[in-house]
Design a protein around this ligand. Structure first.
Ligand code: FAD
Length: 371
């Protein structure tokens, strides 16, 4: 199929889907916006493998600003839906004195060991030196990620955005003020292209002749587990300050994650044999969570820029090529604000006045070209 477009978005994860829904809201139509996804289903990779938690205290300053804005925008935008898509879910970071001191800058409330145990009685077996107290974040929220992804898809397609699956971008040339793009069996022509290809963003950029930014996929594994005693639905997310593991309540029992950040080439990443069983034994040894069974485990790739800040901006050396990548472990919690920033750039050629100048500058890919 040959299609003339105004904007082609590459990648059907949370980044690409939130962008196409933001673009249709701003243009009042999705006409001549195309999203291409390599897989046969949307959100097959990292966006279906997250912990679904939005934490305003988590991440470097630009990420925290984008997260605050995303949480506020989602709370407003999703209020008409029948089922809640986000709901309050505090975080408690626990650890030794030194670990908490290192983490304390961004958390407003320090709580005692007794207060931690009152909130999370299953932590009472932890050694007093390993759990001296906690950092409490009460404005964090839980997210139903698949409902959010579907919400964006529906808004965009109802407004006329065309989504092409089984459409991997494999070649691109620039000719007469527009990109000619091969995506599966489709030939697309568009003056504007968005690279929202997650772990593959550097590879995709090279098809267009861009200099890769050094984006690094980092594997992380998680599992749904059943428990002897269920956790209350509003149980805080518990995170160890050294990043060793975390867990949160889930209708199945709990979601646990090993918190690793292991570099890997872009791929359909899978758990290492025995990895989650070892984590279950570790958590069972130091808490009374009493995990009984691993129901399902998975691995996803959190793809980070060299400075850990997402990238949103036009490539300084390529016409009409916008990066929307490097969201690392913050892809959902920054999604709406990043989509808004990307839409500002695509439609108005600047990031609007709604975010700080520092954050707008921090997102730009030009920061890697200035070194
Ligand atoms: C275990 C784990 C827990 C996490 N927990 C959280 C959390 O609690 N909160 C949070 O905010 N974030 C979390 N994250 C991070 C979050 O999931 C990611 O930041 C986010 O999903 C990235 O979305 P994306 O759209 O950029 O990438 P992806 O979802 O990977 O989408 C990129 C898409 O591009 C497609 N693509 C690639 N190459 C091509 C091509 N050549 N042509 C066409 N399409 C292509 C891929 O098939 C893919 O579908 C977690 C991640 C993991 C692994």
């Amino acid at each position: 199929m040959r299609i003339d477009a105004q904007i082609v978005v590459i990648g059907g994860g949370i980044s690409g889907l939130s962008l196409i829904s933001e673009l249709t809201r701003r243009r009042s139509t999705g006409h001549r916006i195309i999203l291409v996804e390599a897989e046969s289903t949307l959100a097959h990779h990292t966006s279906s493998r997250s912990a679904q938690h939005l934490s305003p205290a988590y991440g470097p300053p630009p990420v925290r600003e984008l997260t605050e804005r995303t949480v506020a925008q989602l709370a407003k935008g999703l209020e008409d839906l029948e089922e809640p898509v986000i709901w309050p879910c505090p975080t408690v970071v626990v650890g030794s004195k030194a670990q908490l001191a290192a983490e304390s800058t961004f958390y407003s409330t320090r709580i005692s060991r007794d207060a931690v145990i009152e909130l999370c009685p299953e932590l009472s077996p932890m050694h007093p030196e390993a759990l001296v107290g906690g950092l409490f974040e009460d404005d964090a929220v839980r997210l139903d990620a698949s409902s959010l992804l579907e919400w964006h898809r529906r808004i965009a397609t109802e407004a006329g955005v065309q989504i092409l699956t089984d459409a991997p971008v494999t070649a691109a040339t620039y000719d007469d003020d527009a990109w000619e793009i091969t995506a599966g069996s489709n030939e697309l022509r568009s003056p504007l292209v968005v690279n929202a290809a997650g772990a593959w963003a550097d590879e995709v950029s090279q098809l267009f002749g861009a200099e890769p930014l050094g984006l690094q996929p980092l594997r992380r594994t998680a599992a749904l587990v059943s428990l002897e005693q269920p956790l209350a639905a509003d149980h805080p997310v518990v995170v160890t300050a050294d990043g060793g593991w975390y867990y949160r309540a889930d209708p199945v029992g709990a979601l646990i994650s090993s918190g690793e950040a292991e570099p890997q080439d872009p791929c359909d990443s899978q758990p290492h044999p025995g990895q989650m069983q070892a984590l279950v034994e570790e958590i069972n040894a130091v808490t009374s969570l009493r995990i009984t069974e691993i129901v399902r485990s998975w691995t996803g790739q959190r793809t980070a820029a060299p400075d850990g800040v997402p990238v949103c901006g036009f490539d300084p050396e390529l016409a009409g090529f916008l990066w929307l990548a490097g969201q690392s472990g913050y892809g959902f919690q920054t999604s709406t604000a990043l989509a808004r920033a990307a839409a500002d750039l695509l439609l108005e050629d600047l990031i609007g006045t709604w975010c700080s100048v520092e954050t707008a500058q921090a997102l730009s890919p030009t920061r890697f070209h200035q070194r």
